[in-house]
Design a protein around this ligand. Structure first.
Ligand SMILES: [Zn+2]
Length: 165
C-alpha cells in the first residue's frame, strides 16, 4: 500500500473560444495561423490543462486559484511561465512528474506538424524528457462548436510520484 500511495494521477481540462486574428499560442509555441484564443492570459488551452493536471495530482490549488483572472498581473500572461511556477510548486511539495498525456481538440490548424515542437517546448518548461510528454491532436469532425472552429479544448492526465516522505 505504501508504494501505491507514492503515486498519484491528476486530470486537467480547459477550453477557450477562438476568434479571428493572431497570434495563436498553443503548447507554448506560436502557430502561424490568423486566429487567437480568447482569455485573460495568453489563453494557451493546452498549457492550462497541463498546469491543472500537475497541480491536482499534487493536491495543490488549481490554476484559477493560483493565477486569478481578476488580477491585472495575469492579463496577457505567458502561460509557460505559469506552468513553470506551478511545476515548481509541485516539486516543492515533494512530487515529481513521471509522465503526462494530453489531447487537444481543435479544427484548425492541424497539429500534426507542430506536435513535436510542442512536446519539446512542454518538456523544457517542465524540465523532463520529451518522451515523458505525449500529445494527440483531434478535430471536431466539422460538428458543433469545435467543428465550426469556435472553440478548442484540451485534456491532460499527469502521473506523479512522491520523492520525499
Ligand atoms: Zn485557460
Amino acid at each position: 500500500m505504501e508504494t501505491l500511495k507514492r503515486l498519484r494521477v491528476g486530470l486537467g481540462f480547459d477550453s477557450h473560444r477562438i476568434e479571428p486574428s493572431g497570434p495563436m499560442i498553443l503548447g507554448g509555441i506560436r502557430l502561424d495561423v490568423d486566429l487567437h484564443f480568447v482569455g485573460h492570459s495568453d489563453a494557451d488551452v493546452l498549457l492550462h490543462a497541463i498546469t491543472d493536471a500537475v497541480l491536482s495530482g499534487a493536491g495543490l490549488p488549481d490554476i484559477g486559484q493560483l493565477f486569478p483572472n481578476t488580477e491585472e498581473i495575469n492579463r496577457g500572461r505567458d502561460s509557460a511561465e505559469m506552468l513553470s511556477q506551478a511545476m515548481q510548486a509541485v516539486r516543492d511539495s515533494g512530487w515529481e512528474l513521471i509522465n503526462l498525456d494530453a489531447v487537444v481538440q481543435i479544427e484548425q490548424p492541424k497539429l500534426a506538424h507542430h506536435k513535436l515542437a510542442m512536446r519539446q517546448r512542454i518538456a523544457t518548461i517542465l524540465d523532463v524528457t520529451v518522451d515523458e510528454v505525449s500529445l494527440k491532436g483531434k478535430t471536431g469532425e466539422g460538428i458543433g462548436e469545435i467543428g465550426r472552429g469556435e472553440l478548442a479544448t484540451a485534456q491532460c492526465v499527469a502521473l506523479l510520484y512522491k520523492n520525499q516522505l
